[in-house]
Design a protein around this ligand. Sequence first.
Ligand code: ADP
Ligand code: MG
Length: 538
Amino acid sequence: MPQIQVLPPILRNKIAAGEVIERPASVVKELIENSIDARSTDIRIEVLYGGKRLIKVSDNGMGMDKGDALLCFERYATSKLLNEEDLFHIKTMGFRGEALPSIASVAKVKLVTAPQGRYQGISIEIQGGEVKTVKDSPSIGTTIEVRDLFFNTPARRKFLKAHNTELFHIIDRVTEEALSYYEIGFSLVSDNHETMRIPVASSPRERILQIYGDEFLEGLIEIDTQAADIKMNSFIAKEGNVRNSKAYQFIFINKRPIRNSSITHAVYSAYEGMLPQKKHPVFFLFLTIDPGMVDVNVHPSKREVRFENKETIYYFVQSSIKEALPQVPPHIPYGSTSTSPSVISEALDLGYKPCLSFIYLGDAFIAFSNREGLTLIDQHAAHERILYEKFLRGADINSHRLLFPKQMRLSHKEYHIILQNRTSLRDFGIEVDDFGQDTVIVRSLPEVLREADIRGILSDIASCLIEGVAPDKELREAIAAKIACHQSVRGKTILKQEEVSQLLSDLQDCLHPNNCPHGRPTRIFLSLEDLKKMFKRT
Ligand code: ADP
Ligand code: MG
């Protein structure tokens, strides 16, 4: 027979910690949110070894008196909820009373705090959930130090990644909170270097500018919309300002950073017809909704919410964004055919001639015919393939030192990873130097990237480095693909005759001319036979 036991508090907290505290970044998030709830205006975060050795968060908020300081490590101890009614009108970031006991059960914690206006406070040390020392101590605001996370749960410690990866997660969390709480100043010091310093701002717009720089902000449209119970201030990508990753997509509900597939879908659907395949829009949505209509008590990490009126929010977001974007002409479908055209065979001689006659279909496809049939080229995909192979071979890169080096502000994460991979970039003819304050200076560029959106390229390369492509060869391929992709999708250039001939012969010279580096076809061939079948002449 099973013997049922009520688990002791230390074990209960360890179980809760499993849900709330996944990695150092989760500790950072919880501590920052506590400082926010304590009405701080200045939050400092310090970490060692990606937060694995130390996470220290200091604030200038309202602090705690001795009684509260001793109570705050108890499970379900919170100052943010009084009754059931409050649970459905949450206005604070925390409310579950779980974070501090969870953290204290899996780390060595020291809390120093004093109530506002009283310098005399208390210092408490607690290890693996057991209080070790309690002393009087002066303090302004609250400082919490969390050392050796998961020191007593080796199974969890094992899952922690390299220092850098953990640091990137921390940077993400700080960035997210800072985007939302623009009225608070944040700083992050990692291994004794100041990684982020974000002074108090006066609007979300100014905050985005502080974090990502003015060039980034210029690529966005700000929109303010309002409906019965919803308000939205958002910053969305202008048409054509697309990324290869979803790294710049943020949704905040009543200042809480959340993930929500329905709202994300609403955004993508507003961009319908404007997004090339596998491209993603940048967006920052700050939604304000009556707290009574959002349930934030869905998950311990509070990353998800449930809406009372999901559809209304979906259409509100979709239409707000759609109205701000240029209208896309409706798509006219052609008669469908059961015969799919054959992708060009490599052996086929296209007979490219210098005075080749071709026509443009739209601004991306080039069509030309010869004796065997009709060839359709996707100009961008073809260009991408050519550039990709060029970069991979390292041939004809022709890197030039810029007369006027370009200064470029990146996000904190991008800045770190780009500087760490300077040598790999040099192989591609891109030379960057550290300029401090999240800024790099681009000194040399390959000829073909002269006119390119180099910031976009660096940020795409950074996201591919962050996502991780381990072996050396793959990394080269990934970087080459990012560069090629960025350069070739830019602008709607209509090529001249010689350029088309050049494109075709360069494509023909490629090792794998039929597909772009992402696998999309570069050229499609319809033989006379195919055409006959389509017209049902066989
Ligand atoms: P919750 O935030 O859900 O209430 P926590 O375990 O994170 O639960 O914190 C417990 C309580 O400790 C909070 O409700 C708050 O009263 C107090 N507290 C935690 N951090 C701070 C801080 N930085 N400043 C003032 N009070 C704090
Ligand atoms: Mg909390």
